[in-house]
Structure formats: structure tokens, C-alpha cells
Design a protein around this ligand. Structure first.
Ligand SMILES: NC(=O)c1ccc[n+]([C@@H]2O[C@H](COP(=O)([O-])OP(=O)(O)OC[C@H]3O[C@@H](n4cnc5c(N)ncnc54)[C@H](O)[C@@H]3O)[C@@H](O)[C@H]2O)c1
Ligand SMILES: [Zn+2]
Length: 364
């Protein structure tokens, strides 16, 4: 088992990575001083696959367990669902000291995390990610949220978990497309912080996709260390943490303009390549480095080109970028690469340049 500590003073916590971990979570919680009731929040698919073993371990450690579920899917990340689950938790007499375990992908991590942050002004949270994306990205860092209509992650809180447990065994049932989706964030972490890690990915991505334990364990550890180091330096997202948005400015717009038919990881892949091209246009990032990045993205089964869009859709895409959450004082905060492993935030990328690089023309 690999352990990575996220150092955030009083909010510090440990991430455990390995196989066969779910049955042990109950005992670990008991050793951390928790007792009494515990709540597992999950989605119906993950419940069927993984909840029993987690629940049994908690019961064996003396916990009285309530399992709550929502159907799978982003559309479940709502305040209405949070409201329904608060009610069930109140009915089960869940107390301020009862841990909430978020068992599932990023949707459950964000929803259950938000519930844990707000129920009785905050109850202990344990992230138990079961998708690659959740293991390498959403379970680490303390961002929790629900969507508000079409506005993603509009209502939320920074709330650090007490513990994160990434059991690689759960990934055995994850569809390959979801593995690719998570791999986009893995590649992002390498691109912004660690060139050597990107080389490693280039040689090992297929082993990772087919769940070779040594390779996957190594990749998970590297990733959470990178994400943890950025979060440690900037817990509440001022400047440094923004480099985690590499590929996301264009990516979010691609998701929105395709009505979310293109998945997040696929959109981020396209966004990372766009951002690499913009970096090149501004005289940074060597051509060989851009080629290497694109090759690794392709090897992960991710798209390297924008989908076919008509003129209206292209204009809408650029408009969405102009109105991205990360715009400050009308300036787009765009993450660029000086070189592989070396990202920074620039406010010098205007929408004209983005239009030129993506479509060969500047918007009016
Ligand atoms: N908080 C953050 O910092 C942060 C960062 C990145 C993404 N996110 C959020 O994460 C969400 C996306 O997360 P996701 O990609 O994990 O999606 P998800 O939670 O919807 O999971 C994807 C699908 O996989 C299924 N699934 C989960 N685990 C499985 C398993 N082990 N085997 C088989 N199927 C399984 C789920 O039921 C679901 O259908 C978005 O809402 C996004 O906003 C949050
Ligand atoms: Zn992302």
C-alpha cells in the first residue's frame, strides 16, 4: 500500500492507494477515533459493485451503517438531491461526529462532499473514489459542489476530507472510456509539473489502461503527489492552483458547445492540445514537446482534434471561452506551457489568438 500525506496544517490527511483496501476502511476509521454511525453515499451502479464490502468492513468495526444512493450521472449533482439526502440523514439520526463516505466517481465525491461540508455545518468526510478521474483528481483537493441548472459546480465549498482511500481493485469494472477520461487529468498533471512523468506515461499508458498494478500504483501515487503539492501551496485557489486548469478553458467550452456529448476528459484532451499550440504560437514549448504531448493523449484513446463544428458553433465556442469562470477583469486567465512540466497562467491570450489557432480566423 502506498500512502501520500496532504499537508494542510490542521486540515492534513492521508491518501491510501492499493489493492484490497475497501474492507479495511472501517478499521482505519475506528483507529482514527470514530465510532457510532456512518453513512455511505453512492450511486446505484457503484452500490451494486462495491458497497457491500465497504459496509461489511464498517459493521465489523462496530459502526451502524446507513447506505444512501442516487442514480448515476452528472444530472444528479443537485441541491435537490442534497436536500433529499439531508432529510434521510436526519431520519437516521446522523450526528456531527458521524463520518460520511463518498463511494463513487467524481459526481458522488462532489455531491457527498458538499453534503458533508454543510450537514450540521460539517461532518467528517472520507473520499472513496472508484473512477480513475476521482482517484487522480476530484477526491484530492477539497473542492466540493453541486450544479445549479446548467451552471456546473456553482454552489459549493472547500472542504477537506479526513482520509482518501483509492482501492485500485474497483477499477476492474470501470469501462475503458472512463479510464481514458481519467487519463486526461493524469496527462494534464504530467504536462504541467513533470516532464519525466510524461515520458513514463508515453511508455506505460497501455499497461496502466489494462490495470497493471505496479504501473497503475505508480501513476496514482505520482498524480496525487502532484495534485497535493499544488493544493498544499494554494489550498483555496488563488493563483498557483490555477495551473490545474491546463486544457480546461477550451475544454469547458468544447463540452458546453457539444451539449456535453463530448466527455470532460475528451474535451480537456482537445483543450490541452489547443493550449500547447497557443504556447507554441507565443514562442514557448518546443515542437518536439508538443508532438510528444499529442502522442501520449492519442495513446490514451483520447481525441486530438476538435469535432466538426459549423460557423455558429465555432462562434459560440469562442464566446463561451470569453465568459469562462476563470476570466478576471475581462482578461482570460489562460494556462500555457513554457516547456513540458512547466506551466504558468497568462493573461496575454486574447480571444483573437484563440480563434486563429483553433479555426484560422479572428472573431469579430
Ligand atoms: N472536486 C473536484 O476537484 C473535481 C475535479 C474534477 C472533476 N470533478 C467532478 O467529477 C465529476 C466527474 O467524475 P467521474 O468522471 O468520476 O464521473 P461519474 O462520477 O459520473 O462516474 C462515471 C460513471 O462511472 C460509473 N462508475 C463509477 N465507478 C465505477 C466502477 N468502479 N466500475 C464501474 N462503473 C463505475 C458511475 O456510476 C458513472 O456512471 C464531474 O461532476 C466533475 O465536475 C470534480
Ligand atoms: Zn478536469
Amino acid at each position: 500500500m502506498i500512502k501520500v500525506k496532504v499537508e494542510l496544517g490542521q486540515n492534513s490527511y492521508e491518501i491510501s492507494i492499493g489493492s484490497g483496501l475497501l474492507p479495511r476502511v472501517g478499521l482505519w476509521l475506528k483507529q482514527m477515533g470514530f465510532s457510532g454511525k456512518a453513512v455511505i453515499i453512492t450511486d446505484t451502479s457503484v452500490r451494486e459493485l462495491n458497497a457491500d464490502v465497504l459496509e461489511r468492513g464498517l459493521s465489523n468495526a462496530g459502526f451502524t451503517v446507513t447506505v444512501l444512493e442516487v442514480p448515476p450521472g452528472e444530472e444528479q449533482k443537485t441541491l435537490a438531491n442534497a436536500g433529499r439526502l439531508y432529510q434521510k440523514m436526519a431520519e437516521a439520526f446522523i450526528e456531527r461526529t458521524s463520518p460520511v463516505l463518498a463511494l463513487g466517481g467524481g459526481v458522488i465525491g462532489d455531491l457527498a462532499g458538499f453534503i458533508a461540508a454543510t450537514y450540521m455545518r460539517g461532518v467528517p468526510l472520507v473520499q472513496v473514489p472508484t473512477t480513475l478521474l476521482a482517484m487522480v483528481d476530484s477526491s484530492v483537493g477539497g473542492k466540493t459542489a453541486v450544479d445549479h441548472g446548467s451552471l456546473k459546480n456553482m454552489i459549493g465549498a472547500f472542504y477537506q476530507p479526513s482520509m482518501v482511500v483509492a482501492d485500485m481493485d474497483t477499477l476492474k469494472t470501470l469501462p475503458r472510456e472512463e479510464m481514458s477520461n481519467g487519463m486526461a487529468e493524469v496527462i494534464k498533471h504530467a504536462a504541467i509539473k513533470d516532464k519525466g512523468f510524461l515520458d513514463f506515461l508515453g511508455e506505460n499508458i497501455e499497461n496502466a489502461m489494462s490495470l497493471n498494478p505496479a504501473v497503475l500504483g505508480n501513476i496514482l501515487e505520482k498524480n496525487v503527489r502532484i495534485k497535493a503539492s499544488v493544493v498544499e501551496a494554494d489550498e483555496k485557489e488563488s493563483d498557483l492552483r490555477r495551473i490545474l486548469n491546463y486544457g480546461h478553458t477550451v475544454g469547458h467550452a468544447v463540452e458546453a458547445v457539444t451539449d456535453f456529448k463530448i466527455k470532460h476528459g475528451q474535451a480537456v484532451a482537445i483543450g490541452m492540445i489547443a493550449a500547447a499550440k497557443i504556447s507554441r504560437r507565443l514562442g514557448m514549448l518546443h515542437e518536439d514537446e508538443a508532438i510528444k504531448l499529442e502522442a501520449v493523449i492519442g495513446q490514451a484513446g483520447l481525441p486530438v482534434k476538435l469535432p466538426e463544428l459549423n460557423r455558429d458553433e465555432k462562434e459560440k465556442l469562442l464566446d463561451l471561452i470569453k465568459h469562462d469562470k476563470k476570466v478576471r477583469d475581462d482578461k482570460i486567465m489562460f494556462v500555457l506551457l513554457k516547456s513540458l512540466g512547466n506551466a504558468f497562467v497568462s493573461d496575454k491570450v486574447d480571444i483573437g489568438l484563440i480563434g486563429e489557432v483553433l479555426f484560422g480566423w479572428r472573431p469579430a
